[in-house]
Ligand binder design. Structure first.
Ligand code: ZN
Ligand code: ZN
Length: 407
């Protein structure tokens, strides 16, 4: 038994693999299973455990990946987006440095307990956070050609996986994660493995389309291979994904900084979009979640004005948002704004370059992308029964189910 962040976990008796499929709206699975693209998944849904869980809000990649590996919400682990505003300097700071992580990961604890651990991520931005304090293998597809034994716990990943380094904007970046996972399981059989993909495909392709189905068919083959090797597999997602468009195909954007400047005057507020990251080509830094810094005197007026905008789902004060979404109050703005399913929030129109969007915008960040799959390749009757009697499963229950109930 291990105790990490107030939760207890049994040690793995067989290899345990937790997979976070980035942007895996449950409908992607439904369409691909119905279309015959995922025979392994079809069998697993029938014979294993099939739950729908909720991710944390903001429904972004980093907060959710960190929740999955720590077993707790952002109020405990501290990672609530890609960016936060350093109020002292007025500058936006990236939150992908491990120094921002306030809680130990289960992976680090398992490694400390003598279990062999491996983490493979698609993008390198997550690698250091997920690998914090963990003695084991940890690398990204993006920088698979730059691994060293000292930094990544493994040398020559390309030789192991027998594939070239993929482009950062490609389906292959995620396929490399699965291929590496299968190769690691075959050659080293780690006790615990965490695989985390990227949502490049999901941002571009809707559920059931050929591009999406090909991705899920690929994934299905690797999951079947891991299953065949005797692994307990728990599959979940960091968040869902929805179309964010008007009827004419253009993004349905509320430019919140422009609006606030109009209501309050320029320079009286600062809108932060925590989805912003160095790789914004596929979503133009537009998501359904924003946080706003402003003065006490403008607070109630701004709240009322924002709430009146069509397409806004919720406007909460810092304290309300911290409570409702389990967020660290010291790392969000004075207001938290969530937009509806079809709508995204931008800062100023002049600050978003939408010319790189080749297809109608699909994105995430809001409450509307909170539902995610939580699937195990072992039957756990108790988990299913709890879901039926109203238990709200979370994506960060994945390790709990895999280690405490599946084996
Ligand atoms: Zn994501
Ligand atoms: Zn995304």
């Amino acid at each position: 038994m291990l105790e990490v962040n107030g939760r207890r976990y049994a040690l793995p008796k067989q290899p345990t693999v937790v997979v976070c499929v980035d942007g895996c709206e449950p409908d992607y699975l439904a369409q691909a299973v119905a279309g015959g693209q995922m025979p392994w998944m079809k069998r697993t849904l029938a014979q294993g455990t099939a739950l729908v869980a909720e991710c944390v809000v903001p429904s972004f990649t980093n907060p959710n990946n960190l929740s999955i590996v720590t077993g707790v919400p952002p109020s405990v682990h501290g990672i609530c987006g890609n960016y936060l505003l350093d109020v002292e300097t007025g500058t936006e700071v990236m939150m992908n440095d491990p120094k921002w992580l306030r809680a130990p990961t289960l992976l680090a604890a398992l490694a400390n307990a003598g279990k062999s651990c491996a983490v493979v991520t698609a993008k390198d931005k997550l690698r250091l956070l997920l690998g914090k304090g963990m003695n084991g293998i940890c690398f990204s597809s993006e920088k698979a050609d730059q691994v060293t034994q000292a930094a990544n716990g493994i040398a020559d990943v390309l030789g192991l996986v027998q594939r070239p380094v993929p482009d950062v904007y490609s389906a292959e970046l995620s396929e490399f994660v699965f291929a590496a996972g299968v190769a690691l399981m075959r050659t080293r059989r780690p006790d615990v493995m965490y695989l985390s993909t990227t949502d490049y495909i999901q941002h571009k392709h809707a559920p059931g389309t050929p591009g999406a189905n090909a991705f899920y068919a690929m994934m299905d083959r690797y999951l079947a291979a891991l299953d065949e090797m005797g692994c307990v597999i728990a599959l979940t997602a960091d968040h869902g994904m929805n179309a964010k468009t008007k009827m004419d195909g253009n993004p349905d954007v509320i430019y919140l900084q422009d609006r606030l400047d109009g209501w309050l005057g320029a320079g009286r507020s600062r809108v932060i979009l925590p989805i912003t990251d160095p790789y914004v080509v596929h979503h133009g830094a537009l998501g359904s979640f924003a946080t706003v810094y402003l003065g006490e005197e403008d607070l109630s007026r701004a709240m009322a004005c924002i709430a009146s905008l069509p397409g806004i789902e919720r406007v909460l004060s810092r304290e309300e948002a911290a409570r409702a979404y389990e967020l660290p109050a010291d790392r969000i703005g004075d207001l938290v704004v969530v937009s509806e399913r079809f709508t995204v929030i931008g800062t100023a129109a002049s600050r978003h370059d939408l010319s790189a969007l080749e297809v109608p915008l699909r994105s995430h960040g809001g409450v509307s992308e909170q539902r995610v799959p939580l699937i195990l390749n072992r039957r756990i009757a108790s988990a299913q029964a709890e879901a039926e009697s109203g238990r709200r499963w979370r994506n960060f229950d994945a390790f709990d189910l895999a280690l405490n109930r599946a084996q």
